[in-house]
Ligand binder design. Structure first.
Ligand SMILES: C[S@@+](CC[C@H](N)C(=O)[O-])C[C@H]1O[C@@H](n2cnc3c(N)ncnc32)[C@H](O)[C@@H]1O
Length: 271
């Protein structure tokens, strides 16, 4: 497991799809797509595509496309993406690779999405330069990155720090480690993107009771291995600590916890 690149092992990609995509990444994709004009003649690339939710959401809105392609480092994520697009009859290419070395020609795509990927790229300028290369001048980039630590993961990080250790705690909040809007804007501009619109989007995660949803959340994360090894008493203590930190978000049927993202709508500058 790798803290920095959101690598999942075992059946974690399936758990990711079943739990996290429905709870957060699908609503986020839907919300982002309400801000973006997508045309049937767009050639669309989704980098760090995971299990492919962005492309599936696009395909559900516009049935015919010139080209849909996804790239991700993780073979397990791509396997789930391929299976789901085949089942849904969506014609889509899935490529395993590093965003910093995209296997495409210059200007091959007109519109690129990167949903919650930038924070994991070890060389962010190289990643953005690589994305820029595969767009034509005026080509669009739609980029989202969490803008603050979600209360759910702050609580999880604290509980893991107490009961498991610093490394597990750091892994829990790694998705939020790169969230400074000014730093992201500087990165985009110095990679040759013009920011046409910057906004924030909040998704309210609806969670089942803590005893069910909190262990499941950890089982679909890069902490899956550590959590699987815990004895039931320690796991119960983690859940109790998280519940105590999250009382503000408790509802009769579980929890409703906000998670907020930056969204940047950019174009490749001509210079
Ligand atoms: C939190 S997931 C987001 C996945 C997807 N965009 C979504 O919204 O469900 C982050 C993804 O980034 C991928 N990733 C991390 N570093 C990468 C890199 N250097 N190149 C390509 N993909 C990368 C991971 O494998 C993982 O699938």
């Amino acid at each position: 497991m790798n803290v920095h690149t959101f690598q999942l092992g075992g059946n974690a990609a399936e758990v990711y799809e079943a739990q996290k995509v429905s709870a957060i990444f699908r609503p986020l994709a839907e919300s982002i797509l309400r801000q973006v004009r997508v045309h049937p003649d767009d050639r669309i690339l989704d980098v760090a595509c995971g299990t492919g939710i962005v492309l599936r959401t696009i395909a559900a809105r516009i049935p015919e496309f010139t080209r849909l392609a996804g790239v991700d480092l993780n073979a397990g994520m791509l396997e789930v993406a391929r299976k789901l697009s085949t089942e849904a009859n969506i014609e889509c290419e899935w490529h395993q690779g590093d965003v910093a070395a995209l296997p495409f020609d210059p200007g091959e795509f007109s519109l690129c999405f990167c949903q919650q990927g930038l924070q994991y790229f070890p060389d962010k300028p190289a990643a953005l330069t690589s994305i820029r290369r595969v767009l034509p001048p005026g080509g669009r980039l739609v980029l989202s990155v969490w803008s603050e630590i979600s209360p759910l993961f702050a609580a999880m990080g604290e509980a893991l720090k107490t009961h498991v250790g610093d490394e597990a705690a750091a892994r829990a909040v790694a998705p939020f480690a790169f969230r400074d809007g000014q730093a992201i804007e500087e990165l985009l501009e110095s990679a040759g993107f013009l920011i046409n619109k910057a906004l924030k989007i909040t998704i309210n995660r609806i969670m089942e009771p803590a005893e069910v949803s909190f262990p499941r959340e950890m089982a679909g994360s890069p902490n899956a291995d550590e959590v699987a090894k815990l004895n039931p008493e320690i796991l119960a203590n983690i859940v109790t600590d998280m519940k105590n930190s999250l009382t503000k978000y408790a509802r009769a049927e579980g929890f409703v916890i906000p998670q907020t993202s930056h969204l940047y709508l950019c174009t490749k500058s001509r210079a």
